[in-house]
Each structure stands twice: as structure tokens, then as C-alpha cells.
Design a binder for this molecule. Structure first.
Ligand code: ZN
Ligand code: MG
Ligand code: ZN
Length: 506
């Protein structure tokens, strides 16, 4: 029986339920509050492997949009929906130590260490104390470790699993800490912090990684053929992220897919005797949401779902693997809203997203450049996004692109107080039909920043009975992962008041 049948028939759920004496993670969490510790960890730790799939910068509204997109455009439900049904599923609170809205650094630190830190910090308290991320715990146990991401390798989300820095911006230092820790697999973008030509200290980290036994690759084909036990794949130059999935898929921007990187990581880590811990990040959903680009959001969601397919294929043969899927926070507050008679226009409008063939970022870098006429802009939007922009909007767009009009002036006619980037204005001009016609996607964004919204989290594995995980804090995932690794670990922590005092003194 293959995985899809398992998920469909609920046999996987049945298998977990058959071990009827095993409580789910809900009971595990309840047990944490008691002095008896982790009575179920021995069962959870029969799993040798831990995979954490993170979708950066996305929440429930996006999940709904991705679900409709997958069904209506690709003709199949999201695999993630099946995972939610087969495992434990809950909602997660993601605030940071001193703010109700988190950034990616504090969010990743929370689940990597079990402690909240201030926004911008990676696995380090505001008084300078380093925390111990889960990868270090796993290393002590002899497990292999890996980080896969569609952002640049030194970006916050993967970095917090290994590195300890006061500021996520210290990416050269993060690269050095990767070298010192030596995760077995590092796959992502951004050669800049590793290269002798771009590093401020002139160190050649790529050479140092080679000396440490890494095979270093820079292209998708090289990755496919790589055989090294230790792998450093950096698929873009300088500080660039990997391309959006829409651009990789439709505009042939060269890059391995997230699924291909995930498959490779699992091939290399899957046969390690001691097991492994792997983080896989769909890191650019966040970036698309910052730009109010729902088409790019949805295709990066599809890429994450394809990576999930690789993970589930792996788990079919190695059922001693625990999988956690979570978002780190929501971004943009994008929502498919109801309009038109019986809200039917919403569906028509949403389905225009099927015509998306590029991200806004690519479109405004490669095609819609200063000097284009409004008519040429209309043609480009029709070709690459599949929608018609009215004359008046195209005229405004031409002037925004040419830099003739300040963003503030443009905003006046299109008020969105928190959409601070010109890209948000352009997105709105291309996406919203104020007259209520369903000729554009009509997905509204409430901000170009992160939001405080709860995010979904799901846990799937052989010792996990299906059911409600309930409401969790992002820090709890650290303890659940420790239990899955058969250990306990408590990092030091600070209260919000102590943190504010430390920041004031510092
Ligand atoms: Zn994030
Ligand atoms: Mg990220
Ligand atoms: Zn963000």
C-alpha cells in the first residue's frame, strides 16, 4: 500500500491508533507540566530521524488560498491537508520575547532552543548568553544534521538551528559558525558570506569547507550527481535567495527545486546509523507576502507541498521518522475576500491567479522597466500575470516604475497605510478591481509587514496518534523535538521585563 492510499484510508492513523496504549502528543504536553517528565518519550524516541518543514511567513488565509489553488488549478488537494488529518494538528502562538509580532530570527530561535529571544537575535538571549539549539543536542547524540532552504544559506530561519548571534545581519559570522559546527548538509542560496572575493575579512570559506571534507556544488545538475557525505550547495551568488518557484518553473531561472534539494538531503542523511535532524525551509513565501504577490505565494506553497511529497516518500520506507510542519509567523495578512452576488465573483477573481507565470519581483526586474509605455505595461501584465490592467492603473504604474511619482503620492489614490513599498502599490494596481469586476485576483493585503496571527502546526510520525495538538507556543516544539530525540534539555531564559532591562543597559 503506498502512502497516498495509507493517508486516504486512514490506515496510517489506524496503525498509530493500534498502539492503543500510546497517548498522543496532547498527553505528552500535559505530562510536561508534571514532575514526572516525559513518560512517553521512550516511545517517541524509537524514531531516529526528525524532519522539520517550515513555511516562512504564511498563515491560515494563505493556507486556504493554497488549498483552493491546488484543487482548482492543479486538480488535486494539498498533501499538507492529508498530513494535518493523519497527525496531530494545532494552532501556534509565535510572539517574540519583547514583541507581539515576531521576526523570523526570534521565531526560529524559539523552536530551536525552547526560549523566546528578541526580534533579530538568533538563539542568543539579550544579555549575550548563548542558547543551545536542537542541532547541537542532536550532534551530541551522534545524529547527522542538515539545513535546506530556498533563501540564502545564512538567512535567519536555517541559521537559528546552529548559530548564535545577537543580530541576524551578521551573516559572515553565521557562515563561520556553520563551518565550526559542520552540519552534514547545507543547501540554499547566497555564496557571498562564504567567498573570498566578497567577505570583509578575505577568508575563503568555500576552500575551508572543502578542507573539512565537504563537496561544494553550485548548480542543480551538480547537486543531482553529488556523492559526498558532506554537502555544501550554494546555488546563487552574493546575497541572492533562490528564485521564486513561479520564476524557476515558468521563466527557467536556474535553480534546484526545494523538492530536489529535499530529496538529495534525505538520500544523504537517510542511511546514517545514528539518525538525523533535518530542517527544510520554504523560505520565500514570506518575501512574496511582503510584496503582496499572491501568485508567487501560491507557487512557493506548491513547491513546499512537493517537498512534503519527498518527505512522505522517505517516511514510507523509514517509519522511524517524526515530521513537524509549521509556519514561523504570518506575513501581509493577505486574504481572499468575498464580493459580488453570492460571493461568486470571488471565485472567478481568484481563478485569474491560474494565469500567473512570474513573480512581481522578476517582472519588475526583467520586463517592466523604466521607460515602458502604459500600453506595454498592460501587455506585460497580461502575458506574465494573466490579467488586464485598466488604462488609468497602467499610467500610474508607468510613472511609479519610472520613479516620477513618489510612493506617498501614488498611495493617496490607493490608501493602504501600511503598504510601505512601491511594490505593494504596484501589486494593488494589478490585483484589485475597485469596481467589483472579477478580472483580477482581488486578494487584499492588510500590511507589507509580519502580523501577529496564529499559524498552523502539524506533527506526524509512527508514535503520534491523530488528534488535536491544541494551542501551543512555538517554544514547545523544542521540547517535543527533544522528546522525539529521547532526551530533555532546558535552555536558560529571560522574562520580557528582564529582556527590556538588559536592552536598556546594553
Ligand atoms: Zn519568517
Ligand atoms: Mg526564513
Ligand atoms: Zn518577513
Amino acid at each position: 500500500m503506498n502512502r497516498r492510499e495509507l493517508l486516504k484510508t486512514g490506515a496510517l492513523a489506524g496503525a498509530a491508533a493500534a498502539a492503543a496504549h500510546l497517548p498522543g502528543l496532547g498527553a505528552l504536553r500535559a505530562a510536561r507540566a508534571s514532575t514526572s517528565g516525559y513518560p512517553f518519550s521512550s516511545r517517541l524516541s524509537e524514531g531516529r530521524n526528525l524532519i522539520f518543514l517550515v513555511l516562512d511567513g504564511t498563515g491560515y488565509e494563505d493556507m486556504a488560498a493554497a488549498s483552493y489553488f491546488s484543487r482548482r488549478v492543479l486538480g488535486r488537494p494539498l498533501l499538507l491537508e492529508r498530513v494535518l488529518g493523519a497527525g496531530q494538528y494545532g494552532s501556534m502562538d509565535v510572539q517574540s520575547l519583547t514583541a507581539v509580532v515576531t521576526d523570523s530570527a526570534a521565531a526560529t530561535s524559539a523552536w530551536a532552543t525552547g526560549r523566546r529571544v528578541v526580534n533579530g537575535a538568533l538563539s542568543q538571549l539579550p544579555d549575550g548568553r548563548d542558547l543551545t539549539p536542537i542541532m547541537h543536542v542532536a550532534r551530541e547524540q551522534g545524529r547527522a544534521t542538515g539545513l535546506v532552504t530556498t533563501t540564502r544559506m545564512t538567512h535567519a530561519t536555517p541559521a537559528g538551528w546552529v548559530a548564535r548571534v545577537a543580530s541576524r545581519g551578521r551573516e559572515e559570522e553565521i557562515a563561520e559558525q556553520y563551518l565550526a559546527f559542520q552540519p552534514d548538509i547545507l543547501l540554499g542560496g547566497g555564496r557571498g558570506p562564504f567567498e573570498v572575493s566578497t567577505r570583509s575579512d578575505g577568508r575563503d570559506l568555500l576552500a575551508e569547507f572543502r578542507e573539512a571534507g565537504y563537496q561544494v556544488v553550485h548548480e542543480a545538475g551538480e547537486l543531482e550527481e553529488a556523492t559526498g557525505d558532506r554537502l555544501l550547495g550554494l546555488f546563487t551568488e552574493s546575497d541572492l535567495h533562490l528564485p521564486y518557484e513561479a520564476d524557476r518553473r515558468f521563466q527557467n531561472v536556474p535553480s534546484p527545486s526545494l523538492a530536489a534539494m529535499t530529496r538529495k538531503a534525505l538520500q544523504h542523511l537517510g542511511d546514517r546509523d545514528g539518525g538525523f535532524v533535518l530542517q527544510v525551509e520554504a523560505g520565500r513565501i514570506d518575501h512574496a507576502n511582503h510584496r503582496s504577490d499572491m501568485g508567487a505565494v501560491l507557487w512557493d506553497w506548491m513547491a513546499a507541498d512537493e517537498a512534503l511529497d519527498e518527505i512522505l516518500t522517505f517516511m514510507e520506507t523509514q517509519n522511524d521518522t517524526l515530521l513537524i510542519v509549521a509556519a514561523d509567523h504570518d506575513t501581509g495578512g493577505g486574504a481572499v475576500y468575498g464580493f459580488g452576488s453570492g460571493y461568486r465573483a470571488s471565485t472567478q477573481a481568484f481563478e485569474t491567479l491560474a494565469g500567473v507565470r512570474a513573480s512581481h519581483e522578476w517582472l519588475f526586474r526583467e520586463v517592466i522597466v523604466p521607460g515602458l509605455t502604459p500600453g506595454e505595461i498592460q501587455d506585460a501584465v497580461r502575458e506574465y500575470l494573466g490579467v488586464h490592467v485598466p488604462d488609468a492603473n497602467a499610467e500610474i504604474m508607468a510613472r511609479v516604475v519610472a520613479g516620477e511619482r513618489g510612493n506617498r503620492e501614488v498611495q493617496r489614490g490607493h490608501p493602504n497605510a501600511h503598504a510601505s513599498q512601491p511594490g505593494n502599490t504596484l501589486a494593488k494596481l494589478m490585483s484589485i478591481s475597485p469596481d467589483g469586476s472579477p478580472d483580477r485576483p482581488n486578494v487584499s493585503f492588510s500590511t507589507s509587514h509580519h502580523t501577529a496571527g496564529l499559524v498552523p502546526v502539524s506533527i506526524l510520525g509512527p508514535a503520534v496518534a491523530p488528534g488535536a495538538l491544541g494551542f501551543v507556543e512555538n517554544t514547545e516544539l523544542f521540547h517535543i523535538m527533544c522528546a522525539a530525540l529521547g532526551t530533555r534539555f532546558e535552555n536558560p531564559g529571560m522574562t520580557e521585563a528582564e529582556a527590556l532591562e538588559a536592552l536598556r543597559m546594553g
